[in-house]
Design a protein around this ligand. Structure first.
Ligand code: CA
Length: 230
C-alpha cells in the first residue's frame, strides 16, 4: 500500500517515512505544498499524511484543492500545537483525521490503519438519481461514471437534493444544510447555485433534472431516457 507523506521538516519526514516503511507501507515524500498536491493529484495513494505548515502552499490549501477536484484520497493532517491552524481548520479543509504534533509513531500507525479501514467499507453509501451519483464521503459527483466538477457549495446543494430525490426541498432547508449559521444573505443565493447546477447537469447530459416547485423550493428528479435513445 502506497502512502504519500508531505512534510517539509527533513528530519521528521525521514523518521516518519522510516517508521511507516517498517509498518509495511511504500512511502513517497514531498517536501512542499505544490509538489505534495501534484503527487497526491496524480493518484495511486491509499492515503496522504499532510503537514499543514508547508512552503509554497499550505497543507490546508493542498487538501482543499484535492477535494475541489473530487479526489477522495483519505487525508490525515498533522497540526502543530499553537500553530497557525487548528484541528477544526484541518477537518474544514476536507481532511479525514488529524494528529497534533508531537505524536508517537505508534499512534500515527494506528490512526492510519483506522483511516484506511474507514476509507473502504465504512463509508456512507453514494446517492444515486438517474445516472447521477453523489458520494458524500468522497465529496465526488459523477454523471454516467464521468466526474462532474462542482464547487463545494454546488456539491452541498446537489447532495441536499439527492438525499431525497423526487421530493420538493424547501429553499430555507437547502440554505441551512449548505451555508453556515453566520450567513445572513438572501435566500435567493440558493437560486444562483441551482442555475449553475442545472447548467452543469445539462452540459453533462445527466439523466436527471432540478425542477422548480413554485413557492416552495426544488426537486431533483430522474429523467426517463428519450424514446429510441440508449
Ligand atoms: Ca511544516
Amino acid at each position: 500500500m502506497r502512502l504519500l507523506l508531505v512534510e517539509d521538516e527533513e528530519r521528521l519526514a525521514r523518521s516518519l517515512s522510516r517508521g511507516l516503511r517498517a509498518e509495511g507501507y511504500a512511502v513517497d515524500v514531498a517536501h512542499d505544498g505544490p509538489d505534495g498536491l501534484a503527487r497526491a493529484a496524480s493518484g495511486g495513494y491509499a492515503a496522504v499524511v499532510l503537514d499543514l505548515m508547508l512552503p509554497g502552499m499550505s497543507g490546508f490549501k493542498v487538501c482543499e484543492e484535492l477535494r475541489r477536484a473530487g479526489n477522495p484520497v483519505p487525508v490525515l493532517v498533522l497540526t502543530a500545537k499553537n500553530g497557525e491552524y487548528d484541528e477544526a481548520d484541518a477537518l474544514d479543509c476536507g481532511a479525514d483525521d488529524f494528529l497534533s504534533k508531537p505524536f508517537s509513531h505508534v499512534v500515527l500507525a494506528a490512526r492510519l490503519r483506522a483511516l484506511l479501514r474507514r476509507g473502504g467499507a465504512g463509508r456512507p453509501a453514494a446517492l444515486e438519481v438517474g445516472d447521477l451519483t453523489v458520494d458524500p464521503a468522497a465529496r465526488r459527483c459523477t454523471v454516467a461514471g464521468e466526474q462532474l466538477r462542482l464547487t463545494a457549495k454546488e456539491f452541498g446543494v446537489l447532495e441536499c437534493l439527492a438525499r431525497r430525490p423526487d421530493q420538493a426541498i424547501p429553499k430555507p432547508e437547502i440554505l441551512d444544510a449548505v451555508w453556515d449559521n453566520a450567513f445572513s444573505g438572501d435566500l435567493n443565493i440558493v437560486e444562483v447555485y441551482i442555475s449553475a447546477l442545472r447548467r452543469k447537469l445539462a452540459r453533462a447530459r445527466a439523466r436527471c433534472e432540478i425542477q422548480t416547485v413554485r413557492g416552495l423550493g426544488y426537486r431533483l428528479t430522474p429523467l426517463r431516457p428519450a424514446p429510441g435513445a440508449r
